[in-house]
Design a protein around this ligand. Structure first.
Ligand SMILES: *Cc1c(COP(=O)(O)O)cnc(C)c1O
Ligand SMILES: [Zn+2]
Length: 412
């Protein structure tokens, strides 16, 4: 990998050779992949990118820590649509809003970007089995991307994981261990099993390549915006790998001269589980919280990538905002009705945060904002129905339809 300099510990600064199987530093710190930007600049530019016909995350290969001869993954991951959302912007009283619908990835969440990377690195490491623990989407994306590439998977999920996500795991042929405990318990059990059987580790934060996969979301956003940098990018935050990856992508683009300034991040968490935002707001070190929200994908009481996420929010001079479950359900309806985008609760939490940040005057209504929808609503139909209710039920007669319309004041 000529483009990669090393893997550097974010805590003690120790540098490691970027071998495919590296995990955390001996000191316990999380590693960060560092690049040779001069080399990247010599082989990659906005112009060369514009000629690239690969509309997947692998179009950014010079920015990614993969061997030049590593084959890409079979599923099409990345290049999700970025919609200009004027009706939603107007409803929120915001000048410019874009929605990046990452629920359109092959297993329907942004996690596919990390899992595709994990599959490539597992192959480079010579592994045949990959394991992870997850609140649900990392699991289903790993199971799908691994199945397509011919790997076995062992997946640990908390028993609260929504049925749609568990169904994905079973369909993709994973060995699924549903853990009767919290995400924290699930993570610890998976760690012990990975140590025991030596599987390739796709756990959030532990594997430094995963956020390099996730960073492709901001590489894409910037290319789709023709390199016009927005004022803010809003993301929902659980373990913190997504927001850290998003920031890494932006910094890479800046370092390689693709963009001339950096946006600010809007970090959105659920009120019932916001350890990272609380740390930013109070200036204190983060401490664990209960996992008290219906947004299961970000119900992370012990965030695994706290250091990188907090650094990203601070470096960007970002905004933190917490939203209630009701505000999340309202954002599901609003995105559906104004954009035709169906997000799962954690998927729309970023957008709920944009609304709340405007209400609290944390951001200027004249701003331009990109809000990333991180997961598709079909994964969790129970909460979709909870957000939007049940339809009217009528007998198959015109009279019944008329009275049902009358009762609801519907005038076609
Ligand atoms: C995982 C996930 C997030 C948050 O990502 P972290 O890396 O855990 O912060 C947000 N939304 C969805 C849908 C997710 O699956
Ligand atoms: Zn270290």
């Amino acid at each position: 990998m000529k483009n990669v300099r090393c893997a550097k510990c974010t805590k003690c600064g120790r540098e490691y050779e970027a071998l495919p199987g590296i995990t955390t530093c001996a000191c316990g710190g999380i590693l960060d992949i560092e690049y040779h930007y001069d080399y990247i600049k010599s082989v990659f530019s906005r112009e060369s990118l514009a000629r690239c016909g690969d509309y997947s995350m692998w179009r950014y290969r010079p920015f990614l820590p993969v061997e030049p001869d590593s084959p890409p993954t079979p599923l099409r991951v990345g290049w999700s649509p970025l919609y200009r959302a004027d009706a939603l912007a107007q409803a929120l009283g915001l000048h410019t809003l874009y929605i990046k619908d990452d629920g359109q990835n092959p297993t329907a969440s942004l996690k596919d970007r990390a899992s595709a990377m994990a599959v490539v690195k597992a192959r480079e490491a010579g592994a045949d089995t990959i394991a992870c623990s997850s609140t649900g989407n990392a699991a289903s994306s790993l199971a799908g991307n691994a199945a397509a590439a011919g790997f076995k998977t062992y997946i640990f999920v908390p028993s609260r994981a929504p049925k749609g996500k568990v169904a994905q795991l079973m369909i993709f042929g994973a060995t699924v261990i549903s853990v009767d405990g919290s995400y924290e318990d699930t993570f610890e059990l998976s760690k012990a099993a990975i140590d025991r059987w030596g599987w390739y580790n796709r756990n959030a934060a532990i594997n430094p390549y995963l956020s390099e996969g996730k960073k492709t979301v901001t590489l894409e956003i910037m290319e789709q915006l023709h390199w016009q940098v927005p004022d803010y990018i809003a993301l929902s935050v659980g373990d913190g790998c997504t927001i850290a990856g998003a920031w890494k992508g932006l910094k890479d683009l800046y370092a390689a001269g693709f963009i001339d300034r950096l946006p600010k991040l809007i970090s959105v968490q659920a009120e019932g589980c916001c350890p990272l935002n609380r740390a930013i707001a109070t200036g204190e070190p983060w401490t664990p919280m209960e996992e008290n929200t219906l947004a299961d994908s970000i119900a992370v009481g012990v965030p695994r990538n706290a250091d990188k996420a907090l650094a990203a929010i601070r470096e960007s001079q970002g905004v933190v905002v917490n939203v209630s479950d009701e505000e999340i359900l309202a954002a599901m309806r609003l995105l559906g009705r104004t954009c035709g985008v169906f997000g799962e609760p954690a998927g729309v939490t970023g957008t709920a945060g944009v609304r709340k940040a405007l209400e609290l005057s944390l951001i200027d209504p004249d701003s331009s904002v990109v809000s990333v929808v991180t997961g598709n609503g079909l994964k969790d139909t129970a909460n979709g129905i909870r957000a939007a209710g049940e339809p009217m039920l009528v007998k198959p007669e015109m009279g019944a339809l008329l009275s049902a319309f009358g009762a609801r004041d519907i005038r076609p």
